[in-house]
Ligand binder design. Sequence first.
Ligand SMILES: [Zn+2]
Length: 88
Amino acid sequence: MSISKLVQYPMPCPKCLKYTSRLAQDLLSEKKFTCRVCGHTSSISTQQIQAVKRTLSHLEDCGISQEDEDSQGNDYDSKMELLESENA
Ligand SMILES: [Zn+2]
């Protein structure tokens, strides 16, 4: 599972300079985005792609897994495994 499906990344529009938030996954796969303010479609530079990837790996390193919260009730077994491996 990848957090790129969950993380929204703001991209600056070169035309109107407003930010449009898109899913990191979409930015990485489409390498372009459409401004929600003026409708201008801009391509994303290699530098910006790298920045998105860096942000994603940083978030993954930090263990940002809050999205699991609502499945906590059914997650009993994997939680027990987690506790055991922490003690080992
Ligand atoms: Zn714009």
